[in-house]
Design a protein around this ligand. Structure first.
Ligand code: PLP
Length: 436
């Protein structure tokens, strides 16, 4: 073995306990040493394959090391393409912007300029919040119950989860919390309440700059906003002069079928955040898109050393060309999503426990009346060779986030592992049926 190969061959697992911060989390649920990843599978050092129904929390929509994307990057590096360039113009950036415009923005009639933020989702959210405040001159931003927008302080103020909020150890300001669709139970229109507070001069709600929303709450338990609710939300924003920010960091890039998760609702947000699967290959990359008149930044006013990851530009452009030149991929995702829906409904139907199917597209899952059961199913599935996580305020939802490129055969395999894991866990319980 030469020195350059050594890090890849390192099988020392004790180093994580010894040297890595306690903050690590996924590694606690799936405590293996992974060495390879290809398509829909991760492989541990022993070579055992694990079907990946987590997909880097939605960062690997096109699977691991997709050959088209990998080869594009390898070629670029071999040709000594620019790796780091601050926000200088590069050929890789030009190609990404042009491809985004031709294949994504123009066909959808979306009039956005692109801000390259730091490479994480939270960076894109921070930029979105700042621009909304700077443009309107107002401070507060409406965020929804169970929303998740990242853990940097501005984004964290918009996030609902108390586990994450508590770690801030300081005031989280600037958010007004409103109930997401369905939060107050069936038949209650949460937007009616929202609008009432806006129309009431003594409701205590100051005129917000913007509203930030996920169309499907990825971390919040796969709560799905209906197309009608989203359209009404957009109308409400327009009536009350508030900007609409769609945080499409998890639900975007094809996860729900269309490239943007809001397309189905026929709305045009003022600001959109994208990250996670934007690079296609799982590289850190984020953008904030907004209408040109919102572009009130002075040069360098909002910056960051890693704005614009040239490697990600290359793979993102290759991704758009390969998957988004026509609607074939979108149709394929919808077909797989239908299959997932059908199978999850079957699992729920046959279970000796009240399970509820939640989510949309290839972002669906099962909510358990008894929350710890979802974690138990995740552990059981892992034992059977699949990586799948939970989400929701009590981690009560088992969330299927397989690569969109998964074969029908592997999709069915994963759903069967899930079915068997649910059955195995429930057979160890004697729970009364309860409504979630
Ligand atoms: N917004 C949404 C909807 C997310 O799901 C996430 C992460 O899961 C974020 C923002 C934050 O992204 P990051 O973890 O890259 O900062």
């Amino acid at each position: 073995m030469n020195d350059a190969e050594r890090p890849l061959a390192n099988t020392n697992k004790t180093v994580f306990q010894k040297r890595e911060s306690r903050v690590r989390s996924y590694a606690r649920h799936f405590p293996l040493l992974f060495a390879r990843a290809e398509g829909s599978y991760l492989y541990d050092v022993q070579g055992k394959a694990y079907l990946d129904f987590l997909s880097g929390a939605g960062s690997l929509n096109y699977g691991h090391n997709h050959p088209v994307l990998r080869d594009a990057l390898v070629r670029y590096i071999r040709d000594c393409g620019v790796t780091h360039s601050l926000d200088l113009h590069t050929t890789a950036k030009a190609e990404f912007l042009e491809t985004l415009e031709t294949l994504i923005l123009r066909p959808r009639d979306l009039p956005y300029v692109v801000q390259f933020t730091g490479p994480t989702g939270a960076n894109a959210v921070e930029a979105a919040l700042k621009i909304a405040r700077k443009y309107t001159g107002r401070r507060s931003i409406v965020a929804f119950t169970n929303g998740f927008h990242g853990v940097t302080l501005g984004a964290l103020a918009m996030t609902g989860n108390s586990h994450h909020r508590g770690a801030a150890c300081q005031e989280l300001t600037g958010a007004i919390r409103m109930p997401f669709e369905g939060y107050l139970g069936p038949g209650i229109d949460t937007l009616e309440y929202f609008e009432k507070t806006l129309n009431d001069a003594s409701s205590g709600i100051d005129h917000p700059a913007a509203v930030i929303v996920e169309t499907v709450q990825g971390e919040g338990g796969l709560n799905t906003a209906s197309a009608a609710w989203l359209r009404n939300l957009q109308a409400l924003c327009r009536r009350h002069d508030m900007l609409l920010i769609v945080d499409d960091i998890q639900a975007g890039c094809g996860r729900t079928g269309a490239f943007f998760s809001f397309e189905e609702a026929g709305i045009t947000p003022d600001i959109v955040t994208l990250s996670k699967s934007l690079s296609g290959l799982g590289l850190p990359f984020a953008v904030t898109l907004f209408r040109r008149e919102l572009d009130v930044w002075r040069p360098g006013e909002h910056n960051g050393t890693f704005r614009g990851n040239n490697h990600a530009f290359v793979t993102a452009a290759a991704t758009l060309r390969h998957f988004w030149s026509d609607d074939a991929f979108e149709r394929e995702v919808r077909r797989k999503a239908q299959h997932m829906r059908k199978r999850l409904a079957q699992i729920a139907e046959n279970a000796e426990h009240e399970l509820r199917v939640k989510g949309r597209g290839l972002m669906q899952g099962l909510a358990f009346a008894d929350p710890p059961l979802a974690g138990a199913v995740s552990r059981e599935a892992f034992r059977r060779g699949m990586i799948i996580e939970t989400s929701g305020p009590s981690d009560e939802v088992i969330k299927c986030l397989c690569p969109l490129t998964i074969s029908m055969e592997d999709l069915e395999r994963g759903l069967t592992i899930l079915e068997e894991s649910v059955a195995a866990v429930l057979s160890q319980q004697s729970l009364p049926r309860a409504v979630v």
